[in-house]
Each structure stands twice: as structure tokens, then as C-alpha cells.
Design a protein around this ligand. Structure first.
Ligand code: SF4
Length: 134
């Protein structure tokens, strides 16, 4: 498994990916919290950039640039990432032992008794703590 480069870390900071990188194996790459936090960060930076741009461009151009970039960089990636997060949770819920266990919390892909993220078909407890959903 390759280590993330500085460029990868920058992309990950602003969550500018719409697919998980191959080094994201131990933790869920997308969570609702990380998606919302990164989207707010991107929107704040775009707002700041729009204020700076308004010093040189007329307000109509700044408004259009702000609206298009808000959609393309702020909202669209968050929407695509949420779709990916939802697909991943469904894959785990439908196709793994953890998905059928009462200790699995689908909202954050977490085993509630081990406090560990479930990222693939191998249950972190090796099946020993599995209990059926009631
Ligand atoms: S107790 Fe075991 S099977 Fe159940 S969610 Fe946790 S790791 Fe998965």
C-alpha cells in the first residue's frame, strides 16, 4: 500500500476526491461529518476568494464566478461523496457479518462495542461478539 503524498494530503484536507484513495483502508474515508466539514471549509475559502476578486472585477462577474465555483467546488463534490458514503454503508450493511449484527452502527460504520470502524467484510471481533439484530 502506498503512503499519501503531500498532494494527496492537501486533496484529503479539503476532501476534493469523489473516490477513496487506495491508502484509505483502515478508516472510512467519507463520513457525514467529514463531508460537511470539508464542504464548509471549501465554501468559506470560496467566499473569501470572491471578496478578494471583487476588488478587481465588477460585481456581476464576481457573482457568476462565485455561484459556479460554489456549485462545482463546494456542493457537487459533497453530493458525490455522500452518494459514495451511502453506497459503502449499504455494501457493508447488506454483505457483511457486521451488517447483520446488532452492535453495528450504519450511520458512522462503527462497531459500537469495540469502537472500531468496519471497513470491509472482515469483522474486527472475528465474529466472536456477533449478536443478531432483534
Ligand atoms: S460485534 Fe463483531 S460482528 Fe458485531 S459489529 Fe462489532 S465487529 Fe461486527
Amino acid at each position: 500500500m502506498r503512503e499519501p503524498t503531500d498532494g494527496d494530503k492537501l486533496l484529503d484536507l479539503f476532501l476534493l476526491r469523489t473516490k477513496e484513495p487506495e491508502y484509505a483502508v483502515d478508516m472510512p474515508f467519507y463520513t457525514t461529518g467529514s463531508i460537511v466539514a470539508a464542504a464548509l471549509m471549501r465554501v468559506a475559502i470560496l467566499g473569501f476568494a470572491s471578496i478578494i476578486l471583487s476588488q478587481w472585477l465588477d460585481s456581476t462577474k464576481v457573482w457568476w464566478i462565485a455561484m459556479v465555483s460554489l456549485w462545482a467546488i463546494g456542493i457537487l463534490p459533497a453530493w458525490l461523496q455522500y452518494q459514495r458514503f451511502h453506497e459503502k454503508v449499504e455494501e457493508i450493511a447488506d454483505g457483511t457479518l457486521c451488517g447483520a449484527c446488532k452492535h453495528f452502527n450504519a450511520t458512522n460504520q462503527l462497531c459500537m462495542i469495540l469502537d472500531e470502524h468496519v471497513t470491509n467484510e472482515h469483522p474486527p471481533c472475528e465474529g466472536e461478539a456477533w449478536e443478531p439484530r432483534s
